[in-house]
Design a protein around this ligand. Structure first.
Ligand code: ACM
Length: 417
């Protein structure tokens, strides 16, 4: 039986008068159609192209645009073309929030792919939660969050630190110096490191935070010399990574005796500093450019063809790329009149994709991603030699270091009693 719009409206009004909920539902569906207007879907691309974290965020912009272009070249999403709306939030959390508001409210982007620092994610979070947008965040981060308006595709501490810290203790010793940039991510990540070191009988001989964009590490390096740690655990980000490595080498320190172990030093920062400055240091991550899978060879080749032969891929640009494909798969499960941030979010849960690092999956429990942790040692050619890797993907556990906290369906942190 064919039901036209007028009779649908009558049914809805009758249901509304009887206390039913069909009436608003009809208007929601019409509103949702706006997201798929003219056979196009707008998506936001919110990575800093200027400022202190542009060094890494520019490559996230590139990885996202590459995936969008590939998807469009292959026919789009259910025949709809993806239209990227690119903004530059200038490595500034307040500008992130302002641009996020524009992308959600004015541009009506059905999803936004964005940000590197946890400070910028925390800044955009209230925008996505208030206006019911959907944010896809590709960066490794500290966990202890499970917003209903975010899909998290980067590693959380149980996918980076859990095996890394015991491995460092076994191979180098128990004395750690913690050096990080001064914001939420390094502080939380260092708290996890301290919990692990405590279990292993380890010791923190120094803990220091430098401002974002910091470039003078002379006094910090003197403290490394004075305290003689076995491992320098670094969560320094952005341009500062380059300065820290260069000044470490200039001070005559030796990675064979006092290596830096990082969660944030990727092939991108190494390309900027020069491979000689990174050689011998360690990073833990689910992806390195040297990963030997057919999907990775294809990704690296496509990335370099699009953005330049000398360009590198790394453990944040890889999720920035594959999360666009997860988004595509989620949208493909929906009819055109039902495409909205909320429906995409639900359709994304449980999606799997054969990514460059291996098969990944969005955990329907917490909207984080099953990943493949590895430990790599930087080489003078700017690549990581993979020296340890898991045999099975690792389930994301954003509250792993804090067993008293759990993620609830509403996304709130709850203390177990
Ligand atoms: C980070 O701030 N999540 C690297």
């Amino acid at each position: 039986m064919r039901t036209d719009r007028r009779s649908l409206l009558k049914v809805a009004l009758a249901a509304g008068a009887a206390g039913g909920t069909s009436f608003p539902h009809i208007w929601n569906r019409n509103a949702d159609l706006a997201y798929a207007a003219k056979g196009e879907l707008k998506v936001g691309v919110l990575y800093s192209l200027t400022g202190t974290t542009a060094i890494i965020e520019s490559s996230l912009n590139h990885a996202t645009l590459l995936a969008i272009e590939e998807i469009n070249a292959a026919g789009g999403v259910n025949g709809m073309k993806l239209v990227p709306v690119v903004e530059d939030p200038e490595s500034d959390p307040a500008t992130f929030a302002q641009k996020a508001r524009k992308l959600v409210l004015s541009d009506k982007c059905v999803s936004v792919f964005g940000s590197y620092t946890s400070a910028s994610r925390k800044a955009v979070l209230p925008v996505f939660e208030k206006y019911k947008g959907l944010y896809w965040y590709p960066t490794l981060y500290e966990g202890r969050e499970c917003s209903q308006n975010v899909i998290y595709t980067g590693a959380v501490p149980n996918q980076q630190q859990k095996d890394f810290i015991p491995w460092l203790v076994r191979n180098f010793g128990k004395k750690f110096y913690l050096i990080g940039s001064n914001y939420i991510y390094p502080k939380e990540e260092n708290n996890v490191c301290k919990i692990l070191l405590n279990q292993l009988g380890g010791e923190v001989v120094g803990e220091e935070y430098v401002p974002l964009g910091h470039s003078e590490f002379g006094s910090v390096i003197q403290k490394f010399k004075d305290t003689q740690p076995n491992v320098i655990f670094s969560t320094v980000v952005g341009d500062s990574v380059v300065a820290l490595h260069r000044q470490y080498k200039a001070a005559g320190l030796d990675p064979a005796k006092m290596p830096m172990a990082s969660l944030t030093t990727s092939e991108e920062e190494i390309a900027a500093m020069g491979g000689d400055f990174a050689a011998g240091h360690f990073t833990s991550a689910p992806y390195f450019m040297s990963t030997d899978t057919p999907e990775n060879h294809k990704f690296v080749e496509a990335f370099q063809k699009r953005w330049g032969k000398d360009k590198v891929t790394h453990f944040v640009s890889e999720p920035a790329y594959f999360q666009v494909y997860l988004f595509k798969q989620a949208v493909e499960k929906l009819s055109a009149d039902n495409i909205a941030p909320e429906t995409i979010r639900k359709a994304a849960w449980g999606q799997e994709f054969r990514a460059p690092e291996g098969l990944v999956k969005i955990d329907p429990e917490n909207a984080h991603t099953y990943l493949w942790p590895k430990i790599g040692q930087a080489q003078a050619n700017g690549q990581f030699k993979i020296i340890e890797q898991v045999k099975e993907w690792v389930q994301p556990s954003p509250y792993w270091a804090y067993p008293g906290e759990v993620c609830t369906p509403s996304g709130l942190v709850e203390k177990k009693v």
